[in-house]
Design a binder for this molecule. Structure first.
Ligand SMILES: [Zn+2]
Length: 137
């Protein structure tokens, strides 16, 4: 189902680890990942560091994964809308898929992904986790 894992894509884009986007100098629309042509037609952008907060738009549980990630299954991958507008695909850390609801507030955390192969290389990157104070009832 997932031919290219989001995790692999993140590794290819180091700026994703830092939530580095850009902002149109004309209309102030924020983009992440960066773009070089705004929908308003402008090509002038300013660097913009996104705030590491957002909410869950949709999510799915990954029960079977490439062998490399199998020790992490099951895990949850969600589309998050960052508070400033851009949408990203990310893994949700530290929770049961049954605890996740659409609209949940999440914040970025820096996590170990996995120790790969015999060398035990550890990869780090970001995931999102639910914001604690959002858990009522
Ligand atoms: Zn613009």
């Amino acid at each position: 189902m997932y031919r290219e894992s989001p995790i692999i894509r993140w590794r290819r884009y180091p700026e994703r680890y830092r939530l580095e986007g850009n902002k149109c100098a004309q209309c102030s629309k924020i983009y992440f990942p960066k773009t070089y042509l705004c929908e308003c037609g402008s090509k002038k952008f300013l660097p913009h560091q996104l705030k590491p907060r957002g909410k869950i738009l949709t999510y799915t549980e990954i029960k079977s994964s490439p062998e490399e990630f199998s020790e992490m299954t099951p895990y949850c991958v969600a589309i998050i809308e960052l508070n400033e507008g851009p949408k990203i695909t990310t893994q949700i850390a530290d929770c049961d898929v049954s605890e996740i609801k659409i609209g949940d507030e999440v914040e970025m955390v820096f996590r170990k992904f996995l120790a790969s192969g015999e060398e035990g290389i550890i990869h780090y990157g970001f995931k999102f986790k639910k914001v604690e104070e959002n858990i009522v009832n």
